[in-house]
Write a protein that binds this ligand. Structure first.
Ligand SMILES: NC(=O)c1ccc[n+]([C@@H]2O[C@H](COP(=O)([O-])OP(=O)(O)OC[C@H]3O[C@@H](n4cnc5c(N)ncnc54)[C@H](OP(=O)(O)O)[C@@H]3O)[C@@H](O)[C@H]2O)c1
Length: 430
């Protein structure tokens, strides 16, 4: 007997899920052990043109009725956002369905409620597509690395911002010109806030940290900075020093293992670092584990078909579990670690200062760093005379010490402007 699948949403991702379920029906049936049949597709606007052929009789605007239908076994949620997605997922689980979702926003904001409902109903909850599209990350972390101790997850998890920063780096374009190009090419939405302000990456970082550290992590635990303030001059200055600027998501355990930090912000990485070679809208994530060492995952982080690939992988897994009368892994939060404040994060910094062209300036600036115990690795001067800028790269220091240094620098009469402050990642130099 076929397993019946209800699809919630038929947009960029949903339309590709339908197409692939149709085109690959025989293979999917062979892999699962029984055919998968679409029972219905919930949408908002019945008359909208879809990117795939779909039997109009399957379409409905009554998602609630669809997810609670007796003949439905599995619900795929690709609507997005918090509501009605959350209520629909809960209704589906409460009526015994397994759920596949691509909804990073919901999982990062209220994953606890959804996971609790899954547990209470012995229902499967799979969400590979919620983080980095086609790239397998959730299952490797949740299953393949379940026997290891993951201490860091670091990567590029937002294709839009990577495209913009890559354009700025390769052509010298300003942020706004690169954004406009990304919008024309369909890499950025008309309202790009979720991407360029780092909200999308923060949601993904929260999900990854929660799984990696066996703790509950929400988007509110993530320190978030976007890329809107990055200038062509920042990119050029990074380039001159052998760095490239990327928006990174970094989840790391503290040295004592008792807490973790999760942050999303632009950072300079050496051009020799593997993440520097991640161009255009691609994503890549490093996972560092005690026994496995360093693992790198790379690929398409978004797009209809790549994301649908991850959804279908989950669908096959959930369908197999259903046939076997078993369940996939539950949420694991036993370690119950908390997020430490951003001030405790230790990293290196690149600081550009517009300073007065006077003797003794360098010594006074160096003194301000020393006062906060921030030691300087390199200093160089860019430009001459009145246009001179001091560019300093520090050794590893806490975010709190660096912030105090910057505050002190802003108050100095010889510092006309703190032009930019950026973290430097991906180097072991201390
Ligand atoms: N796009 C990507 O590359 C990508 C990558 C990874 C993850 N995701 C995630 O996948 C999910 C879907 O993204 P998407 O890009 O496919 O979104 P989308 O193109 O905006 O599609 C959303 C779909 O949901 C339907 N919908 C909206 N409100 C509804 C409601 N109240 N009841 C029933 N249906 C409703 C819409 O119906 P109408 O068509 O009638 O408007 C549309 O078909 C999101 O959680 C997103 O974060 C997307």
């Amino acid at each position: 007997m076929a397993l019946k699948v209800a699809l919630l949403g038929c947009g960029v991702v949903g339309s590709q899920v339908i197409r692939l379920m149709h085109e690959q029906a025989d293979d999917l049936a062979a892999r699962v052990g029984t055919p998968l049949e679409v029972a219905g597709v919930a949408v908002r606007r019945l008359g909208r043109r879809r990117d795939t052929d779909i039997d109009p009789a399957l379409l409905t605007t009554d998602a609630e009725a669809l997810v609670t239908r007796d003949d439905v076994d599995i619900v795929i949620e690709v609507i997005g956002g918090i509501e009605p997605a959350r209520s629909l997922i809960l209704a589906a689980m409460n009526s015994g369905k397994s759920v596949v979702s691509a909804n990073k926003a919901l999982l990062a904001e209220d994953g606890a409620t959804i996971h609790a409902a899954a547990r209470a109903n012995n229902a499967d909850l799979y969400y590979e597509a919620a983080v980095a599209g086609a790239i397998p990350l959730i299952r490797p972390l949740r299953e393949s690395l379940a026997g290891d101790h993951v201490h860091r997850v670091l990567g590029i998890v937002n294709g839009t911002t990577n495209y913009i920063l890559d354009k700025m780096d390769s052509s010298g374009a300003s942020f706004s010109d690169a954004l406009e190009e990304a919008q024309v090419l369909g890499y950025a939405e008309a309202d790009p806030t979720a991407d360029v302000e780092g909200f999308d990456a923060a949601a993904k970082a929260a999900i990854l940290a929660g799984i990696a550290f066996h703790s509950r992590v929400t988007a509110a635990d993530v320190h978030r900075e976007g890329i809107t303030e990055i200038t062509a001059a920042d990119v050029a200055s990074a380039k001159a020093m052998g760095y490239v600027i990327k928006l990174l998501a970094i989840c790391s355990r503290s040295d004592d293992g008792r807490s973790f930090g999760v942050r999303v912000h632009p950072a300079m990485i050496p051009r020799t670092h593997p993440l520097a070679g991640v161009r255009e809208a691609y994503n890549a994530v490093f996972v560092e584990a005690r026994s496995a060492g360093q693992l790198m995952f790379y690929g398409a982080g978004a797009g209809g078909a790549p994301t649908a690939s991850a959804v279908l992988g989950d669908l096959v897994a959930v369908a197999r579990n259903r046939l076997a009368g078993t369940q996939g892994p539950e949420e694991s939060t036993y370690a119950d670690l908390g997020a430490h404040p951003m001030g405790e994060t230790v990293t290196r910094y690149h600081v550009s200062l517009d300073v007065a062209d006077k003797p003794g300036v360098l010594a006074r600036v160096a003194d301000m760093f020393a006062k906060q115990d921030v030691s300087i690795q390199t200093v160089r001067q860019e430009g001459h005379g009145d246009d001179a800028q001091l560019v300093l790269v520090t050794h590893r220091a806490s975010d709190a010490a660096l912030s105090a240094t910057i505050e002190g620098l802003r108050e100095m009469d010889i510092v006309r402007d703190v032009v930019s402050v950026m973290r430097v990642e991906g180097e072991d130099a201390s």
